[in-house]
Design a protein around this ligand. Sequence first.
Ligand SMILES: NC(=O)c1ccc[n+]([C@@H]2O[C@H](COP(=O)([O-])OP(=O)(O)OC[C@H]3O[C@@H](n4cnc5c(N)ncnc54)[C@H](OP(=O)(O)O)[C@@H]3O)[C@@H](O)[C@H]2O)c1
Length: 332
Amino acid sequence: MNATITTTMPAWLNDDYGPAGATRQGMVPTPEPGPGEVLLRVRATALNAADMRLMLGDPLLMRLMFGLRRPKQPIRGNDVAGTVVAVGVGVDASHIGEEVVVELSAGGGLAPFAIARVDRLVGRPSGVSAEVAATLPIAGGTAVQALDVARVAGGQRVLVIGASGGVGTFAVQLAALRGAEVWATCGEANRKLIESLGATRTFDYRTTDLSSIPATFDAIIDIAGGAPLRQLKRMLSPTGTLAMVAGDGGRVLGPIPRILRAVFISIGSRRSIRPVAAVAKPDINRQLIALAAEGRIMPVIEQLLPWDAAAEGLARLESGHTVGKVVVLGRE
Ligand SMILES: NC(=O)c1ccc[n+]([C@@H]2O[C@H](COP(=O)([O-])OP(=O)(O)OC[C@H]3O[C@@H](n4cnc5c(N)ncnc54)[C@H](OP(=O)(O)O)[C@@H]3O)[C@@H](O)[C@H]2O)c1
């Protein structure tokens, strides 16, 4: 891959909030790293539900932060594996040439060059491909943080609701690695896959009423978000914890009403409902890279797309039916 830094670059742009169909290629200035930042040559970018939410500008509340009328950053993609090709003020030039994986702070991954914070960089060993590494920060990191919130440990029984997506496929593998007995809900077509990742029992979410699942759980990791909280609470063991990764997705406030309901329902109860607000944690990313290098976790990549097909990746995410991850390779 050519690392010549040009002053302008092609990028996939979402100029306005809206569906993936409006994503277009255009030329933009190549960004310059500021203090504490590096410039990456992008080798692979994994897409996440957050990219799709930002693309759509949904919920509306997020527009207060990311741009009222249109996205301040029109280039989607936060999870990037790349090569450091330049450094900003205060960053040691010895970083140049490092192969890294990182969660970007402000998008920009669907471009040949992107800016990352140096304190977030995690080295990518040669045994882990760029496309595998790129899947880890947000989806893997959220799964780890959700399991931590629910204090998942060996010997516990855990239910992962919404096991087939980006976060879910990691949550199942990581809970099983902790020694938990993992039960999971997913679509019928994905049951075999989820069982191969470590779930001992799976249920088709389209035909199974959650209340008919014959067990209680020390932890529930809710990555789908649609089930009534009181019903989920009844499925917990007397000291169990529900980790809420996804909210109901209201158009204006997103997950906030569900989070408030969770607080209300938890008052005075030993069964707790706790929201997960995952943040970029390089230490967790480092652990995930090590697990991937040892073959102890295997990210599920449903689509590995060439650069020119990036808009298809955003459309796949928008469909809501991604199995594991969609990854876009860097531009040759
Ligand atoms: N709290 C946080 O910090 C945080 C961080 C990351 C993500 N999230 C949220 O977590 C959610 C999942 O993210 P993701 O990246 O994993 O999404 P994703 O990859 O787009 O998830 C898609 C998968 O979810 C499955 N699914 C949809 N509805 C389901 C249901 N009711 N029951 C079981 N499975 C269902 C789909 O299966 P079918 O195709 O069979 O329908 C599909 O395989 C999103 O709402 C995202 O915003 C939150």
